[in-house]
Ligand binder design. Structure first.
Ligand code: URA
Length: 209
C-alpha cells in the first residue's frame, strides 16, 4: 500500500492558511503556491537514497554523500500544476519537466488527454506528478494512468489540498503511488469544489477569474 504523508510543517501550514483567504491576490497566491511546493518538495524527497563517493577537498580526500539511483522528473497537470513547478525546481534544479493536459469529455465525462510531452527517459526517472488540488481525483488518477501506459512506474503524487473523496480514489486505483498532501480538507461540494478549499487554483494562479 502506498504512503500518504500530510505535511505538518508550520511554514507549509501557515502559507496554506494565507492562500485560502478570499482577498489574497494573484501575485501573492502564485508566490505562495511556489513556496509551498518548494517546502513540500523538501519534505517529500527525504527518503531519496544516498551513496558514498570519494572526493578530494583542498585539504585531503574524503567520503561524501551524493544522490544515488534514479533521476527525477516533475510532471504538472495543466494548468494549475504549472504553479508548483518553479518551487520544485528550486529544490531539485536538475529535474526534467514533462507536461500533461486533460479535458473532460462533455458526454462521457471521462478525462481525455489533449497534451502530453515527457522527458525521453521518463520511464527511468522517479516522477513527481503535481496538481495543487486533489478534488474528485478524476484528472490526477487519469494522468497517472497515462504515465503508467507510457511505461512510467516510479510515480509519486503531490497536491497542496486534498478532499477525502479524491484521496480514496487515488488509493483505490493507484495503490502503488505515494501521496504527499499539504492539507486534508473536509469534503467536495455539489460543484466539485473542495470545502473549505481555496476556490479555483488555476484561476487564482493565473488571475483568470
Ligand atoms: N480544482 C480547484 O481548483 N479547486 C477545487 O476546489 C477543486 C478542483
Amino acid at each position: 500500500m502506498s504512503k500518504v504523508m500530510i505535511m505538518d510543517h508550520p511554514l507549509i501550514q501557515h502559507k496554506i492558511g494565507l492562500i485560502r483567504k478570499i482577498d489574497t491576490g494573484s501575485k501573492d497566491f502564485r508566490q505562495m503556491i511556489s513556496e509551498i511546493a518548494m517546502l513540500m518538495c523538501y519534505e517529500a524527497t527525504r527518503d531519496l537514497k544516498l551513496q558514498d563517493v570519494e572526493i578530494t577537498t583542498p585539504i585531503c580526500t574524503t567520503t561524501v554523500k551524493e544522490l544515488q539511483g534514479k533521476k527525477l522528473a516533475i510532471v504538472p497537470i495543466l494548468r494549475a500544476g504549472l504553479g508548483m513547478v518553479d518551487g520544485m525546481l528550486t529544490m531539485i534544479p536538475a529535474a526534467k519537466v514533462g507536461h500533461i493536459g486533460l479535458y473532460r469529455d462533455p458526454e462521457t465525462l471521462n478525462p481525455v488527454e489533449y497534451y502530453c510531452k515527457l522527458p525521453a527517459d521518463c520511464s527511468e526517472r522517479e516522477v513527481f506528478v503535481v496538481d495543487p488540488m486533489l478534488a474528485t481525483g478524476g484528472s490526477s488518477v487519469a494522468a497517472i494512468q497515462m504515465l503508467k501506459d507510457k511505461g512510467v512506474n516510479n510515480i509519486r503524487f503531490m497536491c497542496i489540498i486534498a478532499a477525502p473523496e479524491g484521496l480514496k480514489k487515488m488509493q483505490e486505483v493507484h495503490p502503488d503511488v505515494d501521496v504527499y498532501i499539504g492539507a486534508m480538507d473536509d469534503h467536495l461540494n455539489d460543484h466539485g469544489y473542495i470545502v473549505p478549499g481555496l476556490g479555483d487554483a488555476g484561476d487564482r494562479i493565473f488571475g483568470t477569474k
